[in-house]
Design a protein around this ligand. Structure first.
Ligand code: FES
Length: 91
């Protein structure tokens, strides 16, 4: 049986203003909103909050697992189109 598909959202926060982090750019609110959209849509996709995907300069970042596609500079406005992609994957 296939493992459940997952979207990983970076929610890492760094104390220094001089180092980029996804949380400093609003990723926690984006993760919360995405989680609610996934629940409301009853998609078979898990959301995982993760501490750093290694591309901090381009945050907020997300990554599909196990497929590996990255999403960079995500905003709440990007979530409707992301949801369409996730809906196609969860079938
Ligand atoms: S802080 Fe989000 S990718 Fe590093």
């Amino acid at each position: 049986m296939d493992a459940m598909k997952k979207i990983i959202v970076c929610v890492k926060s760094r104390a220094s203003q001089h180092q980029p982090s996804c949380a400093a750019r609003g990723s926690e609110a984006i993760a919360d909103q995405l989680e609610q959209l996934i629940i409301n849509s009853k998609l078979a996709i898990q959301i995982e909050r993760f501490k750093c995907l290694g591309c901090c300069e381009q945050g907020p970042n997300m990554r599909l697992a196990p497929f590996g596609k990255f999403y960079h500079q995500m905003t709440q406005d990007d979530l409707p189109s992301l949801m369409l992609e996730l809906a196609a994957l969860s079938k």
